[in-house]
Design a protein around this ligand. Sequence first.
Ligand SMILES: [Zn+2]
Length: 240
Amino acid sequence: MTASRPLCHDAPDLLEFEADVVDTRPGMVLLTRSAFYPGGGGQPADRGVLRWHGGEVRVERLDAEGDALWHVLAEPVLVEGAILGVVDVAFRRQMCQLHTDLHVVNALAFQAFDGALVTGAQIGDDGTARIDLDLPGADNDRVRALEPAINDAIRQNLPVRQVYVPVELAASERGLLRSRSVTPPAQADGTIRVIEIAGLDRQACGGTHLSSTGQSPPIRILKVDNKGRHNRRIRIGLVD
Ligand SMILES: [Zn+2]
């Protein structure tokens, strides 16, 4: 499976964009381009609106069909002409904070527990997120004890950047493919997107992230649950 690079990867700060209508279906519109994150990998889709001359409609969700990203509208209005897409800045920022923090959590768990893989993740819209890690036999107090190191990595304001690694190299770098079940699709050029936190972590990912860890407030580990014999579910929350 291949995919072309979405705008939210190449222009993560582009939160208002101009576009034209390519195609419409009842309650849906396809644009020449879109900065909306479509959702996936445990990160919800962006929220926001489309504006045009004389109208505005909320984007309910996004449906990806191959490279085509359909904007599903909250009301079945006819969207036409030149469009201004506006991504909800506060929502995107919080998603980037929690998502980047999850990378920090699982990087430190990977180091502390000898290569623990991710078995699931979900970011909520309430300032919390959870990650499931394959940690057979791990003591939950040791998991909770990661909190100071997580906040230390946030406070250090480590740069976060995306790089593209050839698929065959990605498979041979320990920990790069961190998820037990999901492998992000390769780009059309045979590379895979990797998110690098300077000095801390490299892992394949298709979500949106901060450009440095210090743009997140500190986090608290709210809960560590046993989910089956192997899995630990760690819930974190932003401290405001
Ligand atoms: Zn990510």
